[in-house]
Design a protein around this ligand. Structure first.
Ligand SMILES: [Zn+2]
Length: 140
């Protein structure tokens, strides 16, 4: 078992079973979410609870080894770090807004813009799944 996977239950429970970036719920997607390093191991990130997050494969694979991206004005910004907030959903709401009709995530801040763009949080597949989960009452 990879070291990060040893923390899976705790990381998933802390996240409420949701991707800490795009808010999809693992239990309703049929795929196994990743335990990701917020600061990648390639950039010195440690395998400790304060550096781990639950992420859907779409967000995690898009993020890769990045910790920054471009906002809508082309300025380099750090990506959203769910570990900077307790609970993470508080920070999420500071940087993003969820449209319950469309399922789209709208960034509220330059950090939100860089993250939404870099992680492709509004990809067709994720918006479709998010809308279904909203309609089912799984995402509030
Ligand atoms: Zn996600």
């Amino acid at each position: 078992m990879a070291p990060a996977e040893a923390w899976r239950e705790l990381v998933a429970a802390r996240a409420g079973g949701a991707c800490e970036y795009c808010r999809l719920l693992e239990a309703a997607t049929g795929v196994t979410f990743h335990v990701e390093h917020v600061v990648p191991q390639s950039k010195g990130g440690q395998t400790v609870l304060s550096n781990l997050a639950l992420s859907c494969p779409g967000c995690n694979l898009a993020k890769g080894g990045r910790t920054a991206g471009e906002d809508r004005n082309g300025h380099r910004r750090p990506l959203f770090n769910p570990r900077h907030y307790e609970p993470w959903l508080l920070g999420w709401h500071l940087h993003f807004e969820l449209n319950h009709e469309t399922g789209l995530i709208r960034p509220r801040t330059p950090i939100g813009e860089a993250t939404e763009k870099s992680l492709d949080m509004n990809s067709v597949n994720r918006v479709f799944a998010r809308r279904l989960q909203i309609q089912a009452g799984l995402i509030g």
